[in-house]
Design a protein around this ligand. Structure first.
Ligand code: WTA
Length: 651
């Protein structure tokens, strides 16, 4: 670690008044984790009291990690849609801007919704869902592009007590079918088509393919591009038609704090994607509290998170966090490089964005294009920058700080996961100095711990596996329909602790630096990909005998997807087969999973008991040929030289 990377950058004085100071952080942190018995519950009930409850919770944390049962605010009753929308209207903030929509095409129409308008739209959608038969507890699949209807549909589900399962619009029909089947969702909301980076995404067509072998009760189709799409009689309904005559009021369903709010599928080390389940009360408190404190939000400001609502970042920091806090949020349909690499900076200048939250992969891609695209755009409205989704390399951090932030505003590097519901490790602007590449300090209620492979706790300056030792309100409650898998995935490695799957270093100032996944998950452009999923897509090709997939360092994406493939006897490796295999993965998962490299191998390195030695393949993919480690357990060590030679040739 070079000295430059350890350097602490203090928050410039020009940053101005802030709600966070170091003394406040330390005092609040101590209370929030309950260092003094009883303080944690009081702290969290105080945070919860910013929300409206039909029945106020009298208790905070009642969770246990052994046996695993996560429960917060259990006797509270509330509705999160009421809190995110109606509460603000009732408090006289109905004319405040809620959502500003910036379209993919810079010449397209900007849409602005006040909280009052948002309320009317959510009510309309909620009543339409009810008319289709959706009720409390029903799972509703949402497959929409980044248009305001996405946020509206999520809030409408929450309003009537239905559980939303949003699927990123870049996933394929096969991936959708798997997710719909897994949670037995009988209702789907999609659009005719989506737009992204000047291209059209055939959303309804993907849904039709996904539903070829699955029966659902109803599909609600939002007219977005206006393209003609086939509609199945009795099943498919145009949203604009179905919603025309619905009532203009709709009560918010009173929900228990532990009633399910949403399912979000995410990749893990093994098997199919898991349906991570979040419930209502704890998630609401976590999304609101983290949003307020980490982004130091001030009334009237415009917050922009560039994530997609199909990922947890979009759930917590486009929809729930900002709206629960009564903030104004920008929703962007497009991508950073369309029509050109200045798109982000144009949007910031056009709308006067104050807080900007994006992913390292976007920063690296824009950094590569040079500073000319940033220059000439008025970014003076910016007050705070954020990063999320993967480790940010210090070079990208510096570029972001200097060229986007003009070295005058703080950068928060926020570490968290789908399973954590919201931000867990970050600096608080105003309270903490920044170290490029280090996420920083635990947020309120978060108790991180580093352990070695055997579970031995590592104190002080150390590098190890990141665990969290006690529950926090936003923690996932289970994997939908499979609590055993939840326990096995997160709590079995180290009994009594939540294991994150990430490696981490702690320095002398107690700053945490995430080093990346230590399991078989690859982080491609901030998107989690299970190697097992890609392998199973490759394995299903008739010419493939076996495949092993590993990550490798990629300049822009952070990690790329590297596949070692053994073909059936007699099959010749050809360029067209490479293209076919890539296509196979795109069809089964989606374009985000497209392999970067496919290397044909006569065989895969295995132990004598037949286990593929991924550790070795990872090192080969990473070009770390001298670091293969112990190869003595290999059944056929002579294989390795050939794999290395072919890797060298692949560049
Ligand atoms: C990684 C996204 C380093 C990490 C919110 C984690 C990060 C996984 C950071 C979760 C960060 C996320 N620094 N690594 N600031 N933020 N990660 O579930 O490996 O899509 O486990 O949630 O992303 O990805 P997920």
């Amino acid at each position: 670690m070079s000295a430059a990377q350890e350097e602490t950058i203090s928050v410039p004085a020009s940053y101005g008044q802030t709600s966070n100071t170091l003394a406040q952080y330390e005092q609040q942190y101590t209370r929030s984790i309950g260092s003094v018995a009883g303080t944690a519950d009081r702290f969290w009930i105080e945070q919860a009291s910013r929300l409206d409850w039909e029945q106020r919770p009298t208790r905070g944390d009642e969770s246990s990690f052994d046996p695993v049962e996560i429960r917060w605010f259990a006797d509270g009753v509330l509705n999160i849609c009421h809190n995110a929308v109606d509460r603000h209207v009732a408090a006289g903030r109905g004319d405040d801007r809620a959502i500003v929509f910036e379209p993919d095409d810079p010449d397209g129409a900007v849409r602005r919704l006040t909280y009052r308008e948002l309320q009317a739209e959510v009510v309309r959608c909620a009543n339409t869902l009810k008319a289709m038969g959706v009720g409390r507890g029903d799972r509703v699949t949402i497959y929409l592009p980044m248009i305001v209807e996405g946020a509206i549909a999520m809030l409408a589900c929450a309003r009537i007590g239905a559980v939303h399962s949003v699927i990123f619009a870049g996933f394929s029909a096969d991936a959708i079918a798997g997710r719909i089947a897994d949670c037995a969702s009988e209702y789907v909301i999609c659009a005719d088509e989506g737009r992204r980076g000047g291209r059209i995404v055939p959303l309804k067509a993907n849904i039709d393919t996904a539903l070829a072998k699955l029966a659902v009760k109803a599909v609600l189709v939002v007219r977005n591009t206006g393209a003609p799409v086939p509609m199945q009689e009795g099943r498919d309904h145009w949203y604009d038609e179905a919603s025309r005559d619905v009532a203009d009021t709709c009560p918010c369903e009173p929900m228990g704090a532990e009633d399910p709010l949403f399912i979000l599928y995410t990749s893990g080390s093994t098997g199919k994607p898991k349906g991570v389940l979040h419930t209502t009360g704890g998630y609401a408190v976590w999304a609101e509290t983290t949003f307020r404190a980490v982004f130091d939000y001030r009334p009237g400001e415009l917050f922009w998170c560039t994530a997609d609502i199909g990922w947890v970042t979009g759930h917590s920091y486009i929809v729930y966090g900002p709206l629960l806090a009564g903030a104004s949020v920008l929703m962007f349909e497009g991508v950073p490089n369309f029509p050109d690499h200045s798109r982000f900076w144009q949007v910031i200048a056009r709308h006067g964005v104050n807080i900007f939250y994006t992913a390292p992969t976007a920063i690296r891609a824009l950094m590569r294009e040079g500073t000319s695209y940033v220059e000439g755009h008025d970014l003076s409205s910016l007050r705070l920058l954020g990063s999320v989704g993967e480790p940010i390399n210090p070079e990208a951090w510096q570029w972001y700080h200097e060229h986007v932030g003009a070295s005058r505003i703080p950068v928060v590097d926020t570490w968290w996961q789908t399973e954590t519901g919201g931000i867990m490790i970050t600096t608080l602007p105003g309270a903490h100095g920044m170290k490029p590449g280090s996420a920083g300090k635990p947020f309120f209620g978060v108790v991180p711990q580093l352990v070695d492979n055997d579970g031995k706790v590592l104190d002080g300056v150390a590098e190890g596996l990141l665990c969290i030792t006690q529950s926090w309100p936003g923690q996932a409650r289970t994997i939908y329909g499979d609590h055993d898998r939840f326990v096995l995935t997160y709590f079995a490695h180290f009994k009594g602790k939540y294991f994150t799957g990430d490696g981490c270093r702690r320095d002398a100032d107690d700053y945490y630096r995430i080093t990346g996944r230590v399991d078989d998950v690859i982080n491609v452009s901030g998107h989690r990909m299970g190697t097992a999923e890609v392998e199973s897509a490759l394995d299903s090709h008739h010419d493939v005998a076996e495949a092993a997939v590993v990550g490798f360092p990629h300049d822009i994406k952070g990690q790329g997807i590297y596949c070692f493939v053994t073909l059936n006897a007699g099959i010749e490796p050809t360029e067209s087969l490479v293209a076919e295999l890539k296509q196979q993965v795109r069809a089964q998962i989606g374009p985000i999973a497209t392999p970067d490299h496919i290397q044909f191998a006569p065989a895969l390195p295995k132990t004598r008991s037949g286990k593929i030695m991924r550790r070795i393949l990872r090192k080969i993919a990473e070009h770390e040929f001298d670091a293969l480690g112990d190869t003595s357990t290999l059944a056929d060590a002579s294989l390795i030289d050939g794999l290395i030679a072919d890797r060298r040739n692949a560049g």
